[in-house]
Design a protein. Structure first.
Length: 80
């Protein structure tokens, strides 16, 4: 099986040498476009980093009749 795979790879490599295609732009252009796109995505992500701090935190009302109470407050919620 490995010999057949090797033969297929060598045949594909020979065919690739015959059909050389020139890129329409320089590789630096592709790198620059990708870098600019990732930089834009990073700036969008950073712009949303402070969204959680816009408003003051309201204390959560603790309902003792709740079926499944939220046990993540570690006793810090205001109990009426």
């Amino acid at each position: 099986m490995l010999i057949q795979l090797t033969g297929a790879v060598l045949t594909a490599a020979e065919m690739a040498e015959e059909h050389h295609v020139e890129l329409p732009a320089s590789p630096y252009v592709y790198g620059g476009v990708i870098f600019a796109a990732l930089l834009l995505l990073m700036l969008i992500t950073v712009s949303f980093s402070n969204v959680g701090n816009r408003h003051t935190a309201e204390p959560e009302h603790v309902d003792p009749q709740r079926q499944f109470p939220d046990k993540h407050d570690h006793g810090q919620a205001i109990r009426d």
